[in-house]
Design a protein around this ligand. Structure first.
Ligand code: PMP
Length: 425
């Protein structure tokens, strides 16, 4: 029989080392919020494949939809021969993305590709080529998105400079001393020092930073950003790749911000474990790109489209947005109990069920404790719980458990986290 160790050895020999191995575990099968490895050990999954499994592993509705589609067709290339699930999904996404205007949608395969295309569309629509992105932002691993991503090591390490025309503003984060005023001022500084507003096509922002540490942008900031964009004819791109598909308590996080983006990117949980991503935006902006300028061979695969349509139905039928709030409250309450015993947990935060704790020493946010986070992640795994870290110093523990997880499973996971802190902190 196969072991994690022997397969990890084969992995090491055969797979490029740039593809990191967070856990030395090889999965065999999974269901809803648990994964079983090749040694038949069961784990509670608080990682959700990095925010992809809001509806859980193998949701029966999603799998049934894909199985039915397997009997019809798996590929035509949408540009060659259209198929209804792609069209229907775009109609549904247009209706769900915030913004009181006519919308159109493009489907692609990965979050990075969605962001790449959002930038291309913004350039075509404005005739400008500059982009402003934020400190700590994560937008992907392709060349353009690496420019946008506000963390060079490890993502761009050794690869040299990335495409130009990207300017960096400060992401608002009270915990680390960046006020809304200071963040807005940093954009004004870009306008003054680096690029005139008339050369900026778009400002790209995550409504809640994901990889950067689960920091929600204040609503007031988003409104001022919208006003600044309007003042200068700059497009606002909301990167909802991680926040979207119901993770934050609304289907898109921007619904809680009181303003709409011109372009919205989505991916990850939208198709319940199948590869699908896209860009939705104002119809006339989306249509700035001429026929042939957008698309891709596999973009909007029929299998992924029917999976996404099923995900949208599951959200309605199982009232997962309500469930999201309940999951988030339960996790936050549990984490605050642990925090009460362990002051190294300096902050418990999150929007909806996008929940994180940040570890720092002596109550000083500028003293990140990444060592303890790494220890907790490893110890939790030994106890049967899969966790992830994030943040600029990897000193943030984040939870992306399926919204379909039962309370009992959430409590078991939280009990393991509590044990880890009791043993290690
Ligand atoms: N944008 C955000 C906000 C993300 O969180 C991610 C993935 N973590 C991406 C873009 C890139 O998505 P992908 O890995 O599917 O290319």
């Amino acid at each position: 029989s196969k072991s994690n160790e022997s397969l990890m050895q084969r992995r090491q020999a055969a797979v490029a080392r740039g593809v990191s191995a967070i856990h030395p575990i090889v999965a065999d099968h999974a269901k809803n919020s648990t994964v079983v490895d090749v040694e038949s050990r069961e784990f509670i999954d608080f990682a959700g494949g990095i925010a992809v499994l809001n509806t859980g592993h193998l949701h029966p509705k999603v799998i049934a939809a894909v199985q039915a589609q397997l009997g019809k067709l798996t590929h035509t290339c949408f540009q060659v021969l259209a198929y209804e699930p792609y069209i229907e999904l775009c109609e549904k996404i247009n209706a769900r993305v915030p913004g009181d205007f006519a919308k159109k949608t493009l489907l692609v395969t990965t979050g990075s590709e969605a962001v790449e295309n959002a930038v291309k569309i913004a350039r075509a629509a404005t005739g400008r080529s500059g982009v402003i992105a934020f400190t700590g932002g994560y937008h992907g691993r392709t060349m353009m998105t690496l420019s946008l991503t506000g963390k060079k090591v490890p993502y761009a390490a050794g690869m040299g400079l990335m495409p130009g025309g990207v300017y960096r503003a400060l992401y608002p984060c009270e915990l680390h001393g960046v006020s809304v005023d200071e963040s807005i001022a940093s954009i004004e500084r870009v306008f003054k020092n680096d690029a005139e507003p008339r050369d900026i096509a778009a400002i790209v922002i995550e409504p809640v930073q994901g990889e950067g540490g689960f920091y929600p942008a204040p609503k007031e900031f988003m409104q001022r950003l919208r006003a600044l964009c309007d003042q200068h004819g700059i497009l606002l791109i909301a990167d909802e790749v991680q926040t979207g598909a119901g993770r934050t308590g609304t289907f898109f996080a921007m619904e809680q911000m009181g303003v709409a983006a011109d372009l919205t990117t989505f991916a990850k949980s939208i198709a319940g474990g199948f590869p699908l991503a896209g860009v939705c935006g104002k119809a006339e902006i989306m249509d700035a790109v001429a026929p042939g300028g957008l698309g891709g061979t596999y973009a909007g695969s029929p299998l992924a489209c029917v999976a996404a349509l099923a995900v949208l139905e599951v959200f309605e039928e199982e009232q997962l947005l309500d469930r999201c709030q309940a999951v988030g409250e339960r996790l936050k309450a549990g984490l605050r109990d642990i925090q009460a015993r362990h002051p190294v947990i300096g902050d418990v935060r999150g929007l909806g069920a996008m929940i994180a704790v940040e570890l720092f020493d002596a109550g000083n946010p500028e003293k990140p404790n990444a060592e303890l986070v790494a220890k907790v992640v490893a110890r939790a795994r030994d106890k049967g719980l899969i966790l992830l870290s994030c943040g600029p110093y990897y000193n943030v523990l984040r939870i992306l458990v399926p919204l379909t997880a039962e309370d009992e499973l959430l409590d078991r996971g939280m009990a393991i986290i509590a044990e880890c802190f009791d043993e290690l902190a």
